[in-house]
Design a binder for this molecule. Structure first.
Ligand code: LLP
Length: 425
């Protein structure tokens, strides 16, 4: 019988078991492994679209712009899906801007974040006509004015302020505290806005903040919004009126058993803060748009029983998915074709020469050598944080659209890895 059973326990909405085999949309994962090899990142177009629509619906008829944070997953295929849906983009480098343009994104809907923008990146962004520079320091403000002046253009700016609220997330990904390197202090913001009014090549367009990532509690964002609004009103009293308010990204997702709010629930208290305001509200979501729209498909090379632990050695590694090694992050690991045999507990590890090279600890799996595993919630900060450590070519990437697989990135070749290197002769 070919009736799909939905598996509500899995965080990826379009992943389901049909006749005992995991499918993304209508495509069986073993068929993808067969055709493209492993490890391969597999994304679902329907899941990407649904995640974007959830944002759009949550914002309703509010004047707003959702700028997808490219750093979460910068594959051109992913960017093109969001561009076609009308998304804007949040970038942090000239490289990301080039990707957005190559994928058909609209530069006018791009915001440029980051503490270390170089002159040539400013030039590139000005020439492309981007929507806004989110300026993070006094020095950057001066530099941007000078670069815009050289080009005879006006640079649209927002100051990224640091609202000093605790987002209660992993310390590596919380960004809105005074102790962080991001943004300008609240007290300094007024002075800098005043300074900006006297710089001839800047156009003050808005204000921005971003307090952290993988946020599950909406309260800190609403608190940050409230603080930002206070500043907006102070600025207005001085005659500095803003067109947009950018509230950053950060909405968390379910990896394991977290109670992740829906986007609508997450935004509700924040939108209440801005009820009746005319400014355009911008957001920079990354993880919540792509995280659970992707998985990493990998094959078990060896099973290695040990005295204390059993190891399932797979062909993906920390170079493909760094989050477990870096943050001790939990990613669900599921068998693609579960066996009836008794399960055992395994450390799921890669072939890299480091003890930190693990994808999951102590998981119950019923598997044999050669079986496929799906590492879930890998759509965000998976491929973009991958490396070539151990001269491992990076994985292929595929977007599934119903029963069709689009290869959106070819597997790297070893030759390509050292193509720009030179041996001394
Ligand atoms: N805007 C700014 C200014 C950001 O710094 C970030 C993320 C975002 C938007 C998007 O945040 P999201 O909606 O994805 O939470 N590598 C880490 C996450 C680092 C996030 C850095 N900034 C991880 O794998 O969890």
């Amino acid at each position: 019988m070919n009736t799909p059973q939905t598996a509500p326990a899995l965080p990826m909405p379009t992943l389901r078991s049909i006749d005992g085999i995991l499918h993304v949309e209508d495509l069986a994962l073993p068929a993808i492994a067969e055709r493209f090899g492993t490890p391969t990142y597999v994304y679902s177009r329907a899941a990407l679209t649904a995640a974007f629509e959830a944002w759009r619906e949550a914002l309703g008829d509010r004047r707003s712009l959702v700028c997808y944070a490219v750093k979460a997953n910068s594959n051109l295929g992913i960017l093109s899906v969001f561009a076609a849906l009308g998304a804007g983009f949040d970038i942090v480098s000239g490289g990301e801007l080039a990707r957005v343009i190559a994928a058909g994104g609209d530069p006018a809907k791009v915001v440029f974040s980051g503490v270390g923008k170089r002159r040539e990146e400013m030039r590139q962004a000005l020439e492309a006509g981007i929507g806004c520079f989110n300026v993070e320091s006094a020095a950057e403000l001066e530099r941007l004015d000078a670069v815009a002046g050289e080009l005879g253009r006006k640079a649209p700016i927002a100051l990224r302020v640091n609202p000093d609220v605790d987002p209660k997330t992993h310390p590596y990904i919380s960004t809105g505290l005074k102790s962080n390197k991001f943004g300008v202090a609240f007290d300094e913001a007024l002075t800098l806005y005043r300074r900006a009014t006297s710089l001839p090549n800047l156009h003050i367009s808005g204000i921005a903040c971003h307090i952290g990532s993988q946020l599950l509690d909406p309260a800190p964002m609403a608190e940050a919004g409230q603080k930002v609004l206070g500043l907006v009103d102070q600025l207005a009293a001085e005659g500095i009126t803003l067109e947009h308010i950018d509230l950053g990204g950060g909405v968390g997702i379910r990896y394991r058993d977290e109670r992740a709010p829906t986007v609508a629930d997450y935004l509700a208290p924040l939108l209440a803060v801005f009820a009746g305001r005319s400014e355009t509200l911008c957001f920079e979501p990354g993880r919540s748009l792509v995280g659970n729209a992707g998985l990493l498909l990998t094959r078990i090379e060896y099973l290695k029983p040990g005295e204390e632990k059993n190891f399932a050695i797979v062909d993906a590694a920390m170079n493909d998915l760094a989050r477990p090694a870096l943050y001790d992050a939990w990613h669900e690991v599921v068998e693609v074709a579960p066996r009836a045999a008794d399960a055992a507990r395994y450390e799921v590890v890669g072939p890299i020469c480091e003890s930190g090279d693990f994808l999951a600890h102590d998981r119950s799996l019923a598997v044999a050598e050669g079986d496929l595993l799906a590492i879930l919630s890998a759509g965000a900060y998976g491929m973009t944080m991958s490396s070539n450590y151990n001269t491992r070519p990076r994985a292929a990437e595929v977007i599934v659209d119903r029963d069709h697989a689009h290869l959106v990135r070819e597997r790297e070749t070893v030759a390509a890895l050292y193509a720009g290197e030179h041996a001394l002769r």
